[in-house]
Design a protein around this ligand. Structure first.
Ligand SMILES: [Zn+2]
Length: 711
């Protein structure tokens, strides 16, 4: 069973809403419709505690000290001579006449403005900029220098000149200043002389209320990187919130770096970290970030829990699908002389002619895949003329020609049959079943379930198919047999019904008999199976079911308590135990006759005919008799693994309602877990004086609590 590619990030599109299956009057068809998954927009499915955002207050006390950049300049006073040089942070720029190299500037123009511009070019294209010492611009005869990074270290860049023709503004760049910085986690917000969107800074000018307003604007500015936070302001106090509500926003560290540690503090946080967030934020469901390709439809013929197999070939891009047993008509398929025949008049004993269709199984037209067995189910022509057929075996697509002469009473002669020859044109018309049969026989239609998944393009490009799909566990199983949707009233009714079982029921394991899958190789001959209708009843691969594995399970269920006498009777074969009584369970998993259960003491019981209580087409309860199986029964050979290997009392809970938000999948697939606790364990009661029972119910009665080991 494949559910497609599973994204490593755990991110996937949600399944379509309101998936509904219904029978389309043909019992071999099921119509499925759903809502467009791309417009899905709903809240969290599970109730959540009221959430509060974590926050921290920042009070602006004085105008913060802004970060400043060190600057300087050179003024070209008169024409320098070739060979004169100026110095910036130890790098020499030399005046040359005409052609200039790196770290040289041309003075041949004799124009002071042009020379200033040439010096700026020499700075920006030469060592000064590449060493990070300065960047330059020119205006008139003045070259302006700016250290690339704000802070004090720019003040260390020295300036000098060998000629009075070009004079520096001072002996070094000046005005660089280390300012105040706010830290939110790893994010920085710098004080500045003005606020520039996208540069993660705020304006320190104006009143302290203006400063607080500027800090708020900077945090809420979507061009900055503070998307994790949002801010509000009241007078000179900025309240910084963690944008996502809930306790997860607590304990993000906040801090202030002061540019001048000797000066009075300019700003103060109320706390060293964010605090006050409560509850668990459960996000709603939306598929807006996905490019939806379509919907995949999976079917299980066994139960709500699977196994599931995909029925469509490519994702369905519409909102409707008809699942059906696909019968394909083939007209005049050519039967080749080599390969088209099993016997060409050389069958042992019979000397019959037996051809074989290209596709199998041949079925009867208008049925749900009933194998063909009549001469009227196929048409064979030899040289364009229809010839009689003696026998048809649909499962293997085998057709025997009738080569007996026929007495024609009109002419009183024998009509001799046409014997096929190598150069004859021999054709066969028939109908075959393509793909699997939609199971509907006996009580099996109650076990047909669908799950729908949404398929979207994989934005990360790591998927083998380029697609990402809803995991099956997140898709609700739907059945055409439930003709009404479960509403909250009946969901609660089912829950309370289960409460009764939880109080006093017996925890057992259910095994569901397979009706589809891989045929077992103990059915080695299709003809033998067709005539005897039985796989081997001692086969250890299919346990007499004909399908590899035999049964799906073990599945945890709780049944009503044992309430009947255990009768030991004397029979011709010896003594045996007769123990049979009626039990009931809820609507899931769907059971039917020939499933069986295993009790904790190892006894196995077969399940009899199932009665299903319904209201408005909703199955609410299943009632059935269980009967003790003698230990010689093959069903005792069906393995309990891996449960038998669990070290007692290892227990895993799998109830999604006990998880916060949806950490576990809401609609699990498969059965390989142990959900019933084998012994209680109350964490708040110390070992040594803790009394242990077998069930959460016992623990709740003894110690109270929310059940299932939770406090
Ligand atoms: Zn078998």
């Amino acid at each position: 069973m494949s559910t497609g590619w599973d994204p490593s990030a755990g991110d996937f599109p949600w399944p379509p809403q309101n998936a509904t299956a219904m029978s389309s009057f043909h019992s071999s068809d099921a119509d499925i419709r759903w809502d467009d998954p791309s417009i899905l927009n709903i809240g969290p499915e599970f109730p959540q505690e009221e959430t509060k955002r974590a926050s921290v207050d920042l009070t602006v006390i004085l105008n913060p000290r802004p970060w400043q950049i060190a600057t300087g300049s050179f003024t070209v006073n008169s024409l320098p001579l070739a060979g004169d040089f100026i110095e910036i942070g130890g790098v020499l720029l030399t005046a040359v006449n005409g052609a200039f190299a790196r770290d040289e500037f041309d003075i041949s123009s004799g124009n002071l403005t042009t020379i200033a511009s040439n010096i700026a070019t020499a700075v920006n294209q030469g060592s000064v900029k590449s060493l990070g010492l300065s960047e330059a611009g020119a205006s008139g005869p003045i070259v302006f220098l700016e250290y690339p990074v704000d802070g004090e270290e720019g003040n260390l860049v020295t300036l000098s000149s060998t000629t009075a023709a070009v004079s520096p503004s001072g002996t070094s760049l000046t005005g660089g200043q280390k300012g105040d910085t706010l830290f939110f986690g790893t994010l920085e917000l710098k004080a500045n002389g003005s606020r520039t969107s996208g540069e993660n800074n705020f304006d320190v000018s104006g009143t302290i209320q203006d400063v607080a307003e500027s800090i708020k604007d900077a945090i809420n500015d979507s061009s900055n990187y503070f998307g994790l936070f949002t801010a509000g302001v009241s007078s000179n106090v900025v309240t910084v919130y963690v944008a996502e509500p809930g306790g997860q926003g607590n304990n993000i560290p906040v801090n202030i770096g002061f540019g001048d540690s000797t000066a009075p503090i300019t700003m103060d946080f109320s706390n060293g970290y964010t605090a006050g967030g409560t509850g668990v934020f459960c996000p709603g469901k939306s598929n807006t970030q996905w490019t939806i390709v379509g919907v995949n439809i999976y079917r299980s013929d066994t139960s709500q829990r699977g196994p599931y197999f995909r029925v469509n070939r490519v994702p369905v891009a519409s909102l409707f699908y008809r699942d059906h047993t696909n019968l394909v008509e083939v007209i005049d398929e050519v039967i080749p002389w080599e390969g088209g025949w099993i016997f060409r008049g050389d069958a042992p004993n019979a000397r019959s002619w037996r051809m074989r269709s290209r596709n199998t199984p041949i079925v009867k037209v208008g049925t749900n895949g009933i194998p063909a067995d009549s001469e009227f189910d196929v048409t064979v022509k030899i040289n364009g003329k229809e010839v009689p057929v003696r026998a048809v075996f649909g499962p293997k697509g085998e057709i025997d020609l009738d080569l007996r002469p026929v007495w024609d009473p009109a002419t009183e002669t024998m009509i001799e049959p046409v014997i096929p020859e190598e150069n004859y044109s021999i054709t066969l018309s028939y109908t075959y079943m393509k793909g699997n049969k939609l199971v509907n026989t006996l009580d099996n239609r109650h076990k047909v379930f669908y799950r729908l998944t949404t398929v979207a393009l994989d934005p990360s490009g790591t998927s083998a198919t380029g697609l990402v799909e809803t995991p099956l566990e997140y898709s609700e199983p739907i059945s055409p047999m439930n003709s009404e949707k479960l509403d909250y009233i009946w969901r609660e009714a089912i829950r309370r019904n289960r409460w009764i079982l939880e109080q006093g029921g017996e925890r057992v394991k259910l095994f569901i008999r397979r009706v589809t899958g891989n045929p077992c190789d103990c059915v080695w001959d299709a003809r033998l199976e067709e005539y005897s209708k039985q796989p081997l009843n001692y086969c250890m691969r299919c346990y007499g079911t004909g399908w590899v594995g035999g049964y799906e399970g073990p599945i945890d269920i709780i049944i009503a308590p044992d309430d009947n006498e255990r009768t030991v009777t004397q029979t011709a074969n010896g003594r045996r135990l007769e123990h049979s009584y009626e039990v009931w369970i809820g609507p899931s998993p769907m059971t039917s006759q020939r499933d069986f259960i295993v009790k904790q003491n190892g006894e196995r019981y077969s399940i009899g005919p199932v009665r299903r209580t319904q209201v408005r087409g909703l199955i609410l309860q299943q009632m059935f008799n269980i009967g003790y199986l003698d230990t010689g029964d093959i069903r005792y050979q069906v393995p309990m693994s891996p449960l038998e290997r669990l070290p007692w009392p290892e227990t895993r809970f799998s109830n999604p309602e006990d998880s916060e938000c949806q950490e576990s999948a809401p609609y699990p697939v498969g059965y390989d877990y142990q959900a019933s606790p084998m012994m209680s364990d109350k964490p708040s009661i110390p070992e040594g004086r803790q009394q242990r029972g077998r069930t959460p119910v016992w623990q709740n009665i003894t110690y109270g609590g929310k059940g299932n080991g939770k406090e």
